[in-house]
Design a protein around this ligand. Structure first.
Ligand code: SF4
Length: 346
């Protein structure tokens, strides 16, 4: 049997894997996440520790580059998996000084080919393992100084997290565990292009974790043109699942739209989105939080296929139709760390 990646195990899972009492498993998990050898777990029998050391390992992602934006305090890490895939992770500063969120990748590449996204142009290489997801947070944590800490995690990096739901849910359990990374589940968000089965699973298995939905356009014909997944899962079907998530969890979903000039930034788009939000609120009693995310160029050669929509005008059009949305700052665009730009470059 291959050694188990210890940083991807909760105390429960470690206890089951090695036949260890839960109290001992907690001490071992805490040692692993303090960056210490398993022998640092005090009060655990020596033969138990030896079995864990022999049957487990703490594999690493190789840091290929750390790029600091000159525009804002965003930092992008390019990390190599043991089989040579480059993935990207972004350290996002939060308003409270010394607090950070980590934007993690869940896949190397992505199969869903959304037209406005650099990752979508790569195709899918493979799903990331749960340890590779957890390790991204540990790597970002390693860049922090005294008094700084990781407050939240957003699954919005490379890949569609709900296409890799088993590993993403495993990683969430470890990230939340008080003996492991102890991140509050309510400070985590899983962002999806709209996979109904995965959305329902998230509401059952991680009910404190927030859901983000890339709406792109509330008009199904427009959405289908630029998000191929919308052909398999029309917006109505996705919204049914998001409504179930909202009712089950009581959490307001985050809806994101990225206006592209002449594509989805017209008055019709604003009206359709405002109507969709109203209908959702009436149906569930929960009001989605709508973010307008400026489009970030995805072609470094300067031949970008789209132009950024006029964000202020679109926000104004939404307001005219009775919807208050907010502008989401998407930082690190000079180091290709902003929303839509991640493409596995060192
Ligand atoms: S937006 Fe998300 S789901 Fe769409 S191609 Fe990019 S990574 Fe994949």
């Amino acid at each position: 049997m291959l050694p188990l990646p210890l940083q991807a195990l909760t105390p429960d899972a470690l206890g089951r894997a090695f036949g260890v009492a839960l109290a001992d498993a907690r001490k071992v998990v805490a040692a692993v996440h303090r960056g210490e050898p398993v022998e640092a777990a005090t009060g655990v029998r020596r033969e138990v520790l030896r079995a864990i050391r022999e049957g487990g390992r703490v594999p690493a992602l190789e840091v290929r580059s750390v790029q600091r934006s000159e525009l804002d305090p965003f930092v992008k890490l390019a990390l190599a998996t043991p089989d040579g895939h480059l993935i990207e992770t972004v350290r996002i500063p939060l308003e409270r000084v010394g607090r950070f969120s980590v934007c993690v990748s869940s896949q190397a590449g992505c199969a869903l080919a959304c037209a406005f996204c650099a990752t979508g142009r790569l195709g899918l290489a493979r799903n990331l393992e749960s340890w590779e997801i957890v390790e991204q947070v540990r790597q970002v944590r390693a860049t922090l100084g005294p008094g700084q800490r990781v407050h939240g995690v957003v699954f919005q990096g490379m890949g569609e997290p709900l296409s890799n739901a088993d590993r993403v849910l495993e990683a969430i359990r470890v990230l939340c565990d008080p003996c492991a990374l102890a991140i509050d589940a309510r400070a985590m968000t899983v962002c999806t292009s709209g996979l109904p089965v995965g959305i329902r699973r998230l509401s059952r298995e991680a009910p404190k974790v927030r859901l983000g939905l890339s709406v792109f356009s509330a008009r199904q014909d427009v959405r289908r043109r630029l998000m191929p997944i919308a052909q398999a899962h029309p917006l109505d079907e996705v919204i049914d699942a998001v409504a179930e998530h909202a009712v089950t969890t009581g959490l307001a979903p985050m809806w994101a739209v990225t206006p592209l000039a002449g594509v989805n930034d017209g008055d019709d788009d604003a009206r359709a989105l405002a109507e969709l939000v109203r209908a959702f609120h009436t149906r569930t009693g929960v009001r989605p939080r709508v973010s307008v995310v400026p489009y970030n160029a995805i072609d470094v050669a300067g031949r970008d296929p789209y132009a950024r929509g006029d964000v202020s005008r679109f926000l104004g059009a939404l307001a005219a139709h009775g919807l208050r949305a907010h502008l989401r700052y998407s930082g690190g665009s000079d180091v290709a760390a902003a929303c839509g730009q991640l493409a596995g470059r060192a």
